[in-house]
Design a protein around this ligand. Structure first.
Ligand SMILES: O=P(O)(O)OP(=O)(O)OP(=O)(O)OC[C@H]1O[C@@H](n2cnc3c(O)ncnc32)[C@H](O)[C@@H]1O
Ligand SMILES: [Mg+2]
Length: 209
């Protein structure tokens, strides 16, 4: 990990400029802003810039992160960081996966999405396992069209009923391996120590700082 034993520095290629967080999900924007906070960049969200939400036509997390980042960099003329992430349930062959946001429907209701996951796993029968993991692909796009990407992961188990009001999305049903609290119950700093997003972010820091 970079930064150990020295003061965090501004991102070499970014300082002292702005970085667009190419996401329309306030939970993600909050987490990415916190992860970026030691590094001296000025984050500005896609919503603040009124950027459109692109259609996620990719078939992988990386492809979707890349298209979101490239669109934001292109439209803003600034470097842009996008995150495509999701919950992959082993018993469901990796679903909802890249469709995690879409399982919540038009109204983005994650109580509904978490219930859909529970129903789908229970429908597999009593022997269906509860193993799951979160994936986070981060793509950093530069206005000249160059893109770098990084993928992180965290493994855990699904729990029902949902536990905890912190976090967002599927956090309340995800118990990371070795932990006693779901991501929905955890302090945000504790989630940042182990999450899929933090894992991808560590790789980004190592490559870009
Ligand atoms: O595409 P953007 O605008 O960034 O926002 P989104 O919510 O549509 O994001 P995705 O397309 O990447 O969909 C991923 C979904 O997976 C869920 N998810 C991702 N990371 C999560 C996390 O750390 N905790 C809980 N749920 C998460 C969350 O509900 C997201 O809506
Ligand atoms: Mg999305």
């Amino acid at each position: 990990m970079s930064g150990e034993g020295k003061e965090p520095q501004a991102i070499r290629k970014l300082a002292p400029g702005k970085l667009v967080i190419a996401s329309h999900n306030p939970g993600k924007v909050r987490e990415i802003t916190a992860l970026l906070s030691p590094y001296g960049v000025e984050p500005i969200s896609a919503a603040e810039l009124d950027l459109p939400e692109p259609e996620e036509t990719g078939t992988t997390f990386v492809a979707n992160a890349e298209l979101k980042a490239m669109q934001a960099a292109d439209l803003s003329g600034l470097p842009a960081l996008a995150d495509d992430s999701g919950l992959c349930v082993e018993a469901l062959g990796g679903d909802p996966g890249i469709f995690s946001a879409r399982w919540a429907g038009e109204t983005k209701d994650f109580a509904v999405a978490m219930q859909r996951v529970e129903d789908a796993v229970r429908a597999k029968g009593p022997l269906a396992g509860r193993d799951a993991h979160f994936v986070c692909a981060l793509a950093l796009a530069w206005p000249d069209g160059h893109v770098e990407w990084f993928e992180g992961r965290v493994d855990g188990t699904l729990v029902w009923p949902p536990r905890g009001e912190r976090g967002f999305g599927y956090d309340a049903i995800f118990l990371p391996n070795g932990g006693e609290q779901t991501f929905g119950e955890m302090d945000p700093d504790a989630k940042h120590a182990i999450s899929h997003r933090a894992d991808a972010f560590r790789q980004l820091v190592a490559a870009v700082f």
